[in-house]
Design a protein around this ligand. Sequence first.
Ligand code: ADP
Length: 803
Amino acid sequence: MSAETRTNLLLVDDRRENLIALEAILEPLGQNLVKAESGFEALRHLLTMDFAIILLDVQMPELDGFETAKLIKQRERTRGIPIIFLTAISKEPQNVFEGYSAGAVDYIFKPFDPEILRSKVSVFIDLHRKTEELQRASETLRERELAEFRRNLAESMPQIVWTTRPDGKPEYFNRRWTDYTGVPAEVAVAGTGESTLHPDDRARTAERWRQSVESGEEYEIEHRFRRASDDSFRWHLSRGLPMRDESGTIVGWVGTATDIDDQKRATEAQRFLVQASSVLGSSLDYRSTLKQVAQLAVPDIADWCGVDMLEEDGSTKQLAVAHSDPQKVAFARELSDRYPPDSAAPQGAAKVVQTGEAEIVPVITDEMIEAGARDELHLELIRELGLRSYMCVPMIARGRILGAVSFVAAESGRTYGQADLELAEELARRAAIAVDNAELYRRADERAQAAQVLATVGDGVCLIDGAGVVRLWNPAAEAITGLAASEITGRRAEAILPGWTELAPQVPVSSDPGTASTRAATVPLQIGERELWLSVSGVGFEGGTVYAFRDLTEERALESMRQEFVATVSHELRTPLAAIYGSALTIRRTDIELGDDMRDQLLGVIAEESDRLAQIVNDLLLASHLDSGRLHVSTERCDGRALAEQVVDAARTYAAEGVELELDAPDDLPQVEADPGQLQQVLTNIVDNAIKYSPDGGAITVQIAPNDRFLRFAVVDHGLGIPVSEQTRIFEKFYRLDPDMTRGIGGTGLGLYICRELVRRVDGRLWVESQEGKGSTFNVEIPLAAGAAQLTPAARAPDATAA
Ligand code: ADP
């Protein structure tokens, strides 16, 4: 019997001779006899060894047999070991009882019969053996059952389950593995088949597995397995744990691979949508945002992503094409340059844009590629792209198709399904909204700018709708006509614009804004008292007509004034010229004898008329200098009375008969601050006018009187007078009451304009008081020279005046 199969027997006695005796008795049983000389020693053996039976002496010092037995029975592991008490002394019944109650199977008195003892012990050895055998048998059974259970479990699991040897070599793959990958377990175990992992994930996976096998740490990785049913690569989460024996040594690995493709894609899709939305919302430049979105889609959502926009002419134009590899993009561009997309193709972005219907081709077959290829080279090039799955969705906002987004799977090996199509549609919807918003913003911006232009433009703009109602009346229109938009808009044009019904047909209305301004009509518009001359042009559109107009009233008045001026000046120049020419011709005549008197008279005419010519030319020059601000004014203290006196004296020499000139001025007048030459010119002009416009003669008085700041010259005539409505206008350049000179009184219409400008330049005033037919009084006020005020009578103290 080998040492391993021998059973342990524990012999406990404090006397060595007894132990030896027991040993001798039990020796023939051929078992392993373990001796202990005390209860403590016995307990120590029991800690490390398993025994079939314990022979225990009752009487022992320190820890007797009963106490030892109690301790043995207390321990779980030793409780079941049968104990036979041996005693020479304790034969009393209560001792025996105590022995049994301490858990003894027998109580034997010394001296004992060796034969009996041996046979009793061998019964227990037998029992022990049988129990052990039974135990082993049931353990094996349990293990086998467990293994069976485990295998069944692994086989029926919906996940891939595998085990490997401690060195990482595959050992087992469950049914799911074969079902999923199409690779038989034995092929996978032998490692003879082609890898089912995505080529891009192989190196990473191998490295991760090597780390785990070397370190014994848990194995976890996400990678793609090819699914046999549709030949697509799908994401899996693989996990592996080391199996260890009792000593902790790794005896193998068990692992699972779970298909997480749907979750992973859902997460990716969500992340992509969030990113795409934030890009779409980041700018109003939808072209650049759509390009970014296409770029975002690769490679997580697609290997290729393209965006096509619907152009105004109904064609589609590729806005973006993205792939994670720029070289591939260049290749695709070349391909589409060489073989431009066919807008009539039964499938593709152009078709989607036409129909507004999404397209999906989960698996692009070789037949499809063949059918779509134009020639052999095209076929070869498309095959090179390795297209596998495709979908294209329309971008629609507010019912309008704006374009299409296409997604193509190639090297990633994915195939598109319903969930992907929904994601694509959601993206296209968001992109369409962004494009639409950008468009709306642009239009709103344009409208705002247009409104601003309308508000600031100098031309009057008026929109009259198809029903003849004014819809728009801009600020310039208000300013030109003096009619507020609030009174005009919403009302019929003919009701608020007098004469509109007659005017409207005269205004050319074009349908092309470019030609409108070149064909403007100048029409009069009577608004209250005022007659406005407007240059109006119109552009018709489906909502009505837009009229643009410009105020030509002033230009027109100026124009007519200019025409009058030309007529006047030519007349004014012609008269003296004719006199000079006539006189000169007469002097040169040889056929008649001219007396000296006659010659002098003629020369006098020439001199006089030359003066008049010079005067006209001077006036013209002076007016032009005043206009351009080039006239020099140098003021000084001067005596207004003396100047007026000279003017009156000179006028008397050429005044017609019947005109009586008079100066009515006190002697002690204060001095004025003026340019004496210019002041004299002003007074001369006014006095000359008084004479000129008193054709029937009459008294003309120049009155001079001071007030606290000015010296006032009043030239009073009793001539033609000036109607009230013209009293301001006569000071305008070239303005004459009687431009046609029906009364035969000539003039350029510049005199009063010059006078008023000269007076203004010394801070004085010039105005007229007149009654038509009764005469006029022209008043000139010139500021007093500094310190001169004290001299004026009005400024003196009333007492002093009285004195
Ligand atoms: P003109 O060369 O025509 O005299 P003015 O500028 O001096 O030009 O005068 C402008 C117009 O004012 C004259 O044409 C005339 O109709 C009117 N006017 C000027 N002075 C008088 C006046 N004293 N009495 C009546 N009308 C006058």
